[in-house]
Design a protein around this ligand. Structure first.
Ligand code: GMT
Length: 370
């Protein structure tokens, strides 16, 4: 049982869960495991350079005039069955309870009728629990999916607590945090350059409160010569562009497309701002601290596990624009404090490096298959 055949089901988009699933796939493939990624399109972070151990299986949907809503979960279930049989998967690791774990459970039942066992590892990322998961219409499916997965992991302590608070969970939930390639996300001397750049990276959904980022920056730029990099795309982008005009700061705000080179953007940044209303982990904050960039953030969810107040940055209550801007100004004016926090950032991020975290997943896969 050395090299495993693992199915990985994830969202392909810019969100953290898809990034973590893809990075996990790439790390496992580099260790010699055979990885089958199952998703509705090629994951954004999947490198184009062919890795002989990674296979991508696209879930195609079926449209018919009678269906007002395309039944994606059925197509996903069939694809999991198909890949499990044709490639003789040892297990499937799904990222998100719905619809990925619930589809995997249906696939498991179908496979049983074909005399094949398919163990399921489910990783909870947050939105499935703290946002959409709170909608009553999903509750029985989420509870069933979690309680019937063979192993369940959560990306933070806070998300585990939220899951236990909001659902009737009989299953043990193990915490395996998100991880980072610390050789790629590392500080360079460029962090010391005179130009002060504040960066925010997200998928511009309402939950990220990017308007608060602008309002914090508005106050900071009045006191300090600096610019704001807003990286990413999403439903709120248009409104944010309008707000930057209204605040008359558009010359200092640079909108950039999200790219796989985000580590380069961070190397040029002085501070990172994350003003989210909810964040089960905050992968972008981890990318920042690993790059030696102190983070100013809200104190919600799992964020405080990454942004340790006064150690790797400063945290505030949601919407406390004054405190967040004061914290930015304090860090930008006090070079000794800045360098101390920057060093702490790199140290704190080490326990989230790929080499520390990926073996924790391999350990649970092996335990499961014993
Ligand atoms: O919020 C996002 O950016 C997307 C979302 C996702 O599902 O991809 O992110 C969730 O999972 C990430 C990876 O585990 C976490 O870093 C994010 O904190 C979490 N988002 C929320 O909890 C809102």
């Amino acid at each position: 049982m050395n090299n495993l055949k693992i199915g990985i089901v994830c969202y392909p988009t810019q969100g953290g869960s898809g990034i973590v699933a893809t990075e996990l796939a790439q790390s496992l493939a580099n260790l010699g495991h055979e990885i089958h990624i199952i998703s509705y399109s090629r994951p954004f972070r999947l490198k184009y350079k062919k890795n002989k151990n990674i296979f991508f299986h696209e879930v195609t949907t079926y449209n018919y005039p009678l269906f007002e809503y395309t039944p994606y979960e059925i197509n996903l279930t069939s694809k999991i069955v198909d890949v499990a049989v044709n490639y003789n998967l040892d297990l499937v690791h799904v990222h998100y309870a719905i619809p990925h774990a619930s589809a995997a459970l249906s696939a498991k039942q179908i496979l049983r009728s074909l005399s094949k066992e398919l163990p399921i590892v489910t990783t909870l990322h947050g939105t499935d629990i703290t946002l959409i998961g709170k909608d009553k219409s999903f509750k029985p499916v989420i509870e069933f999916a979690i309680n019937n997965s063979d192993i369940v992991t959560s990306v933070s302590k806070s998300l585990k607590e939220d899951t236990l608070k909001n659902f009737k969970i009989k299953k043990e939930i193990k915490i395996i945090p998100n991880f980072i390639d610390s050789a790629l996300y590392c500080p360079t001397a460029e962090n010391d350059k005179a130009e002060k750049i504040i960066t925010h990276v997200s998928n511009f959904r309402k939950v990220k409160k990017v308007d608060h980022v602008l309002r914090v920056f508005y106050k900071v730029q009045k006191k300090i010569n600096c610019s704001l990099n807003l990286v990413g795309d999403g439903p709120e982008l248009k409104k944010i562009k309008e707000l930057s005009k209204k605040l008359n700061i558009e010359k200092r705000v640079h909108f950039k497309k999200y790219s796989r080179k985000i580590h380069k953007e961070l190397k040029n940044s002085t501070l990172f701002l994350l003003t989210s209303e909810k964040e089960s982990f905050g992968l972008s904050a981890l990318e920042a601290i690993s790059s030696g960039v102190p983070v100013i953030s809200t104190n919600v969810g799992g964020l405080t596990e990454i942004v340790v107040d006064g150690v790797t940055g400063f945290v505030s209550k949601l919407g406390d624009i004054k405190k967040m801007s004061d914290d930015c100004i304090k860090l930008l004016l006090d070079n000794d404090l800045y360098l101390r926090i920057r060093n702490n950032c790199v140290k704190h991020s080490k326990k989230y490096s790929t080499s520390e975290v990926v073996p924790q997943y391999i350990k649970i896969y092996k335990e499961l298959l014993k």
